[in-house]
Write a protein that binds this ligand. Structure first.
Ligand SMILES: O=C(O)CCC(=O)C(=O)O
Ligand SMILES: [Fe+2]
Length: 368
């Protein structure tokens, strides 16, 4: 078993909680035993608007787009974008490429095994501190730089996989860079401020595209047995998510006020999508870099267990914008001490690890 990269925060900083938000979201600590108490209950849902923002006519509309993005980042931390320039055909082609990879025999996929540089293939091994159990899925992490040496599936197994994946990744990077310009403006930084720190042409780039395949589950009540993707926040800067229509399950739970806080509400909101839209979410890095103005929101892929849930094989693609190791991270208000990209990641891993240990101790105590 290995520990992946999503950070979780063990400290609830009560001094910084907004009383208004507290009544809105009814927060509670999630990674203790509380989450277990919810397993047999049916999910509580609430409607929340997840803004849809058009990037069309970007140069002429940049001020308007920036306003909309900043508002979405401040309020929900999730938004979908349209008119981003990627066609439905291009997205579908990447999904077909991904499905072709996942349908290879495990022995072949194991020729590119996951490594802690966050590249490679894993199966049923990512343990989230929110569940203490591995997600039931497989994923293949791809990067642009030197970490991918020897980690691309060979052409003899899947011709053109590397070429097609890199072409898609470069297209998604360009969209990310548009969003980075807007978020830099929103925080009063120069336009290219975030782009420079996420330069994918540098060999030390850590930006990662993750292809995901969640296995089909038996229809019925799977709760407590399987997890698709346990509740977590992404630790990077910004995530761009591609989903397939009809393969639902992504849910969000806003309410986190400070990046050092480790709590979430008890009501989830399903994320619906239209073909071709990209769902985006703020990661902990941008939350920290914005002095907590932009929210990194808890989300999960729900284990299908109730009527109306999607039980079949589910494919998704996540593009994580990660800083280069030498990026210097500090918000305009200097709320948090300056850290490098490398330190930020190390701190996130450390918090993740101690939260996971806490969760596993709680699970063991319940079993005893
Ligand atoms: O598969 C999805 O829809 C979400 C995946 C996700 O949140 C992640 O990998 O961080
Ligand atoms: Fe995520």
């Amino acid at each position: 078993m290995r520990l992946h990269d999503e950070p979780v925060m063990e400290i609830i900083d009560r001094s910084q909680r907004s009383p208004h938000r507290d009544t809105l979201f009814n927060k509670r600590k999630v990674y203790g035993y509380n989450i277990l108490a919810t397993m047999s209950e049916s999910t509580k849902y609430v409607d929340r608007e997840i803004p849809t923002i058009s990037l069309g006519d970007f140069d002429a509309r940049i001020d308007d787009i920036t306003t909309q993005l900043v508002m979405a980042a401040e309020e929900v931390g999730f938004f979908s974008i349209t008119d981003h320039g990627l066609s439905v055909e291009e997205i579908n082609h990447m999904f077909e490429t991904s499905e072709a990879f996942f349908s290879l025999p495990d022995e072949v996929k194991a020729t590119v095994p996951w490594s802690p540089r966050n590249v490679g293939w894993e199966k049923n091994s990512q343990i989230r501190p929110s569940t203490g159990k591995p997600d039931r899925k497989e994923s293949y992490q791809l990067q642009f730089g030197q970490n991918m040496k020897g980690m691309w599936i060979k052409d003899e197994y899947l011709p053109k996989f590397r070429e097609d994946s890199l072409a898609f990744m470069n297209r998604v990077q360009k969209i990310s860079e548009k969003l980075m310009i807007c978020f830099a403006r929103g925080l009063g930084f120069p336009d290219d401020y975030f782009i420079k720190f996420h330069d994918i042409t540098r060999p030390i780039s850590q930006t990662t595209m993750r292809l995901l395949h969640y296995f089909a589950l038996p229809e019925g009540n799977n709760t407590g047995v399987y997890y698709r993707a346990g509740a977590h926040c992404d630790w990077g800067f910004l995530t761009l998510l591609f989903q397939r229509e009809g393969q639902g399950g992504l849910e969000i739970c806003p309410g986190r006020e400070v990046v050092t806080e480790f709590a979430l509400g008890d009501a989830w909101t399903k994320v619906d999508l239209k073909a071709g839209d990209i769902i985006c979410n703020i990661g902990d890095l941008l939350m920290s870099w914005s002095d907590d103005r932009f929210k990194s929101t808890f989300h999960r892929v729900k284990t299908p267990s109730e009527p109306g849930d999607y039980f079949g094989d589910r494919y998704s693609i996540a593009f994580f914008n990660q800083p280069c190791a030498d990026a210097l991270i500090q918000g305009p208000k200097k709320k948090y001490a300056m850290v490098t990209g490398e330190q930020f990641t190390a701190n996130a891993m450390k918090r993740n690890f101690s939260a996971l240990q806490e969760k596993q101790r709680a699970l063991a105590a319940m079993a005893a």
